[in-house]
Design a protein around this ligand. Structure first.
Ligand code: OOB
Length: 541
């Protein structure tokens, strides 16, 4: 079995320790410390269950020991595929306590993605729910176990008993191993690419706990914070920015929201006294629309985090008036680097940037196509390295050669502009510019103008090959409920916004749906690729 490693150069590792970033904390020690300090405090509620820190530790120990009793060994990789249920957290901490490495899959993953993740990680086990959203995951796991010789154990969380789904896997906590090496890999996260097959991201105890400890501080978390998990709990944003792990770090409470619709979420915010939650932009737009219609009373909600994809300034400005809370933009990646707008940043910075890095030692380079540094204020490719950004994917030499520079910088694939203050604006992906007769147009800039129109809920702009301009712009527009703005009207509206004429879309198509990706966010890169193909196809016929 190939070892899972993640190493930083020795001198940097020493520096990160000396600066107090890496403190030798580990996940087993973290949960034990919280359970010792606040045994009775509620750590998590969801699916009818309510667990104190003491109860969570006890369950995780019993489950982890149960995995050892089944024959799994410390060092084994175990894929976890579950919805937003408390058993997910029990399983993950059970694995940590047993010295095993969780491999995080999303509920939407099916055979192709799962078998890729299982093979690449050489996973010895899979933990899943019998059914998620009607799909039979137990049957699929069984099928995969027949095909993959490494996959020897299938553990199925049984439905119908609040928080008791994993109770049948139990062992004696005395069998658990000692604390792991803080610089060892704790788990494998998956890369956010919404197309193709994900790469595996090995994160260590030290590096990940540094990022979530600082995230908790930046987000102002404390023992009374109540975080509502709406997005999938296995996604890096929900897990550690500050996510449920950051909340546990701070000794607060996590509540799991069963479905992301505004009605359900608003009721949960009220019932549970939620202080902070995190959304992707399309969901944030739905919340804004609902809140503007019904003006819900959400007095406990202090912070709404929005991230994962670009949240356009026009929408960002509506958060405080509609929801009565502060907005925090989060621009992160499972590979490491996370940027936050700070809670006390000026409004203009909060609505129009995607924040600045967590760490003073997050090195940021903005470069042109030839890797030459671009002056502050100019736009370019974002490269980064630092105390919690990986140096390599697991078992992916080709991807590593493409994704990391010789000096160990990660090529994020994002085009950004860096301000004097260090705040970053995400302008798009490397291929999201439209080059119209030599004029570069940022798709997002045009989308931002379009969504400023009261009849437009969302918009995606792509380039289409054009005989005259090389490329021209095509805008797919999702109108608000009941609206059907005419192209002529939208063009007139955009002209009224004092922008260069070449930025007015050449073509505007109204659509009833813009589609979503596996994590439930609209990945604009993926969408543009799809819509671009569609637009070019209809062009050809
Ligand atoms: C988060 O992580 P991933 O790994 O699913 O996706 C990372 C990519 C980034 O490279 C960027 O292209 C995009 O998602 N992205 C954003 C963004 N946040 C992420 N693009 C524009 N604006 C933003 N605010 O998506 C993720 C991980 C941790 C925290 C938050 C998000």
């Amino acid at each position: 079995m190939r070892p899972v490693e993640q190493t930083w150069p020795a001198d940097l590792a020493r520096d990160y320790m000396a600066k107090g970033y890496w403190r030798g904390e580990t996940f087993p020690a973290l949960l034990r410390a919280r359970a010792a300090a606040h045994p009775e405090r509620i750590a998590m509620k969801g699916g009818g269950a309510s667990w104190s820190y003491g109860a969570l530790l006890q369950r995780a120990e019993r489950f982890g020991a149960g995995l050892l009793a089944l024959g799994l060994r410390p060092g084994d990789r175990v894929l976890v595929q579950m919805g937003n249920v408390p058993e997910f957290v029990e399983a993950v901490f059970g694995l940590f306590l047993a010295g095993m490495l969780p491999v995080y899959a999303l509920p939407a993953h099916r055979k192709v993605e799962l078998s890729h993740l299982l093979r690449t990680s050489e996973a010895a086990g899979i933990i899943t729910e019998r059914k998620i959203g009607g799909f039979d995951h137990a049957a699929l796991a069984g099928e995969l176990a027949e095909e993959l010789p490494d996959l020897r154990h299938v553990v199925v969380s049984e439905p119908g008993r609040a928080g008791e789904g994993l109770a049948h896997v139990a062992g004696d906590a005395a069998a658990l191993p000692g604390d792991p090496d803080p610089q060892a890999v704790a788990f494998l996260q998956i890369s956010g690419g919404s197309t193709g097959l994900s790469k595996l991201i090995p994160r260590t105890h030290d590096d990940y706990i540094y990022s979530l400890r600082e995230s908790a501080r930046i987000c102002g978390l404390h023992g009374q914070s109540v975080y509502m998990a709406v997005l999938p709990v296995a996604h890096n944003f929900t897990m550690s920015s500050p996510g449920w792990l950051g909340v546990f770090y701070a000794g607060g409470r996590v509540v799991l929201c069963p479905d992301p619709r505004p009605e359900t979420s608003f009721a949960m915010v009220r019932d549970e006294g939620v202080t902070i939650t995190a959304l992707v932009p399309p969901l944030a737009l739905r919340w804004l629309e609902a809140a503007e219609a019904e003006a819900p009373e959400l007095p406990t909600l202090e912070v709404l985090q929005v991230g994962g994809a670009k949240f356009l300034p026009g929408a960002a400005r509506r958060v405080r008036p509609a929801l009565g809370c502060r907005l925090q933009q989060v621009f992160g990646m499972a590979e490491g680097l996370v940027n936050y707008t700070r809670l006390d940043d000026p409004e203009e910075v909060i609505v129009s940037t995607q924040g600045r890095p967590i760490s003073p030692d997050d090195e940021i380079r903005v470069v042109d196509d030839e890797d030459r540094e671009v002056a502050t204020g100019g736009s370019g490719h974002l490269l980064t390295r630092g105390p919690y950004t990986i140096r390599a994917y697991h078992a992916a030499p080709e991807a590593n050669a493409k994704s990391f520079t010789a000096e160990g910088f990660y090529r994020t694939g994002d085009i950004v502009r860096r301000r004097e203050s260090g705040h970053l604006e995400v302008l798009g992906r490397a291929s999201d510019h439209i080059n119209r007769a030599g004029e570069k147009i940022s798709a997002e800039e045009i989308e931002d103008h379009l969504i400023a129109h009261p009849d437009v809920l969302d918009a995606v702009v792509v380039s289409v090959p054009d005989p005259r301009h090389g490329e021209r712009t095509c805008a797919f527009v999702l109108p608000r409920e009941g609206a059907a703005p005419e192209a002529r009207v939208l063009r007139g509206f955009m002209r009224g916004r004092d922008i260069a004429a070449f930025k007015i879309p050449d073509e505007i198509r109204l659509v009833s749906d813009l589609g979503t990706t596996a994590v439930g966010k609209i990945s604009r890169r993926e969408l543009r690729a799809q819509l671009q193909a569609q637009a070019s196809e209809t062009e050809a016929t």
